[in-house]
Design a binder for this molecule. Sequence first.
Ligand code: BGC
Length: 857
Amino acid sequence: MTSLHVSAPAFEHHRDTFGIGEPRPRLSWTVTTDIPDWIQQAYEIELGDGLSTGRVESNESALVPWPGAPLGSRERRAARVRVHGADGSASDWSEWSYGETGLLDPADWHATAAAPPLELLGAPDGPALLLRRGFTLRAPIERARLYITAHGIYEAEINGRVVGDDVLAPGWTSYHHRLRYRTHDVTGLLREGANAIGATLADGWYRGRVGFGGGKSGIYGERTALIAQLEIAYIDGTTDMIVTDDEWRCASGPVTEAGLYDGEKHDARLHPAGWSEAGFDDSSWLPADALTHDPALLVAPTGPPVRRVQTLPPTEVLTGPNGETLVDFGQNLVGRLRIRVQGPAGHTVTLRHAEVLENGALAVRPLRAAAAEDRYTLRGDAEPETFEPRFTTHGFRYAQIDGWPGAFDPADVVAVVCHTDMRPVGAFECSDPLLNRLHTNVVWSMRGNYVDLPTDCPQRDERLGWTGDIQVFAPAAAFLYDCAGPLSSWLADLAAEQAEVGTVPHYVPWVPLVFGVSATAAWGDAAVLVPWTLYERTGDLGLLRRQYPSMTAWVDQVATLTRDHLWDEGFQFGDWLDPAAPSDNPGKARTDRALVATAYHAWSARVVADTAALLGHDADAARYAELAGHVRTAFRREFVTPSGRLACDTQTAYALALTVDLFDGPEQRERAGRRLVELVAADDHRIGTGFVGTPLICDALCSVGAYGTAYQLLTQRNRPSWLYPVTMGATTIWERWDSMLPDGSVNPGEMTSFNHYALGAVADWMHRTVAGLAPAEPGYRRISVRPRPGGGLTHARAAHHTPYGEAEVNWRRDGERLTVAVRVPLNTTAIVDLPGEPAVEAGPGQHVFHCTLPDPL
Ligand code: BGC
C-alpha cells in the first residue's frame, strides 16, 4: 500500500489565521508520500463557499494564488487541497484549514480611542491604568470577535479572564504609519446577560521611555488609549457591537510603574478584585476620554505575536558578595520571572536582572540606563501569591532576589522566555560540542532579539530595530525560524519610515535620539538585502514586489551621494566593532569606510537589477545592472591594484570585495584570495572583522578554495574568535568578540551586550557549508547539497523545513570516507555536489551518497 498525503493548506505566512489582512491569501501545502520520485502534476483547491478550481495543471505548492473571490472583512473561509502526481496517483482531500479576515476597511472601525483621563496619567513609565465597562448581551451568542489594539501596551480581560496569550500587545511598529490590531475569538468568554470587558494599559513604546543617551518618552503621543471593538453575533441572526468610547471607566490598579527598560512595580493590595467582571461597582472610576484616531493606520498582523514560549527553572542558587540571593537560569534569555511567594501584606520582593556576574555580583553596567528591576508587594493572602510582570521584559541569565519572606525555595521561581512565537524551522549539529554550543547560542540570540521586531540587543536602554544587525543576520534567521511574516511587517515599517524621512533610518521604527537620519552603508542596505534574503529562502515574489519601491529608492538615493560612483562622504558605521577598534570607539575600524560603502552600493544595485528582472521591469533591470557595473569599475579604480591587492589590506576588505565579486577576472580573485588567507594566517587565524566582514569571511575564503582557513577561523578559541565566548561560558552571541575579558571582567567599553546576534551570522555558513544545505533556487525549489567537511569534524547535520517539506543533509566521515544521507522534499530536486565528485541531481526522497575526500580540504 502506498501513501500519499497532503497537508491542510497554510494561509500566507500565518501561524494564527484569525484576523488576517490579506483579501486574497496565498495558499501553501506540503505533500508526503512513499511513492518513489513522486512529482506533483496538478492540484485542486476547494473553498468552503463551494468554489473549486477543478484540476489545475501545475507543480506549484507554495504561495499559490488565492483561487476565489477576494474576501471581505470578517469573512471566514475554509480551504482544502488535493494533489495529483505525474504518475497518475491522486491524494485524498486534505483536512480543511480556516482563515478569517479581520477588518479590512477603515470604515469597519467604529471604536474611538478610549484614553484614561489626564488626572490618572502619571509620568511616562508610571502606572498602568485599568479601563472597563459592563454590558448586557440580550440573547444566546453564536460567535464573538474582539478586534483590539492600543496606544501603549495592553492586556485585555473579559469576565475576569485574560483574552488570548499575547505578550506586550500590540508590539512595536512605526505607530504613526502602521498600528497592528489583533483579532480574538472570544465566543467562549461571553454569556447571555451581564458581562464585562476591561484592559490594563501601560505606556510601552508609545509613551514610555525608548532609546539610549537618555532616551525619549511620549514619542508617539502624550496619552495612551485603548481601541477595541467587540462584535457579537447572536444565534437569532442579530448583532451587537461594544466599542471603546467615553462609556468606559478608568482607574489606577496594582501596577504602579511599568517601563520596558526599568521594569514593573506591582502592589497587589491595589488590585480591585473582580474589576473585569460583571457587577463590579465602577461608580467611583473616572470616565475615559473618547479621542479620535485614524483607522486607516490599523493593520492586521502578518506574523505571530510575542508569547510566553518556554519556562526555565533555576539551575543554581548562589550567594553574592554581600550575601544576596542570586539565581542562575543557566541560559541568557529574554523574558521575566514568575514567582510564587507567601508573606505579610505590604512586604516587597525585589527582582533584579543581569546577563553576567562580575566578581560574583550582578553586572549591571552593560544595561546602561535600564534598571531591569521588578518589585512585587504582597497582598498577604493565606495562599501563595503568583507574580509575573506583564509590561516589561529583561535580558538576563541571573536574577537577584531581595526581600524574600522566609526561606527561599528555588522551586518558587521560573524564568518565562518571551519572544515572537515564530515556528522553528532549522536545526544544526555536528561532532564538535563547542560548535554546537556556538550554534545554540545563535538560536538563543535570535530568540532574544525577536521580541516583536528584530533588535540589536534585548537588555540595555536600546532594543531598537537596527537595520544593519538584521541585514547581516537575516540569512541565518530565515534558516532557523519562519520569520517571513514578522520580517515582512518590519519591512513595511522600514518602507514607511524611509518614505517619510527620505532615507533608510538607522533603526526601524525610527526614533530621533542623539543623532538624526542619514544614509549609511550596510545598515541602509537592509532595505534591499533583507527582502532579497526572504525571497531566496521562501520564494515570496509578492514581498519583493511590495518592497520594490523601497529597494529602488535606497539605491537611487545612494547614487546621488556618490562622486564618480564612489561613496566617500558622509557618516558611516563602517565595519562596526572591528576587534582592533578601541573599547571606547567601536566605529574606529581598520577598513576604509568608503570601501565598505562603495562595495555595498555595488551589491545592492545588482540585487535591485535582479529584482527588477524578476518583476518584469526590464528597463529598470538594465539601468540598475549598468549602475552596478559603473560602481564596480569605480571600486576597482579606487581600491584594487592591477594584480588584485586592495588599497585597504584587511580581512573585511577582501571578504567584502570577494563576496560582491568586485575583482576583475580570475587572476585578480585568486591573488585577492591568497592575500586574505595570508592576512588571516598573520593574525594567527583569529577573526579580524566587525559587523560587515564577519558574515562574509568564511564564504569569501571558500569561494577561493581556502576551506581550511575558514575552518581554522571557525574553530579558533583564542580571542578574538567565535569560540572564545563559548570557552568563557557564553550561552548567547556577544556584541563584542570580547564582551567579557579572559579574567571574567566585563569589557570596559560601552557596547558590551551579551546578546547581539550580528556576529552569529556565521551560522548561515555553517548550515550551507559545514553541513551543506542551502537553497539553489528561491524557496528551496532546488536544493544545494554541498557539504565541505573540515575542521576535524566527523559528523554534521542540518535540517530545514522548506516550503516544500523537510530537507536534511547528514554526513559522517570515517577517515577519508564520507557518507552523506540526504532528504529531498517532494516537488523539489537537489544538486548534490560532494568534494572531488561531479555534481549529480537527486529527486525527492532519501538518498545516501559516498565519496572519498580529496586531500587536503
Ligand atoms: C547597536 C548596534 C548597531 C550600532 C550601530 C549599537 O548601539 O547596539 O548593534 O548596529 O549601534 O553601529
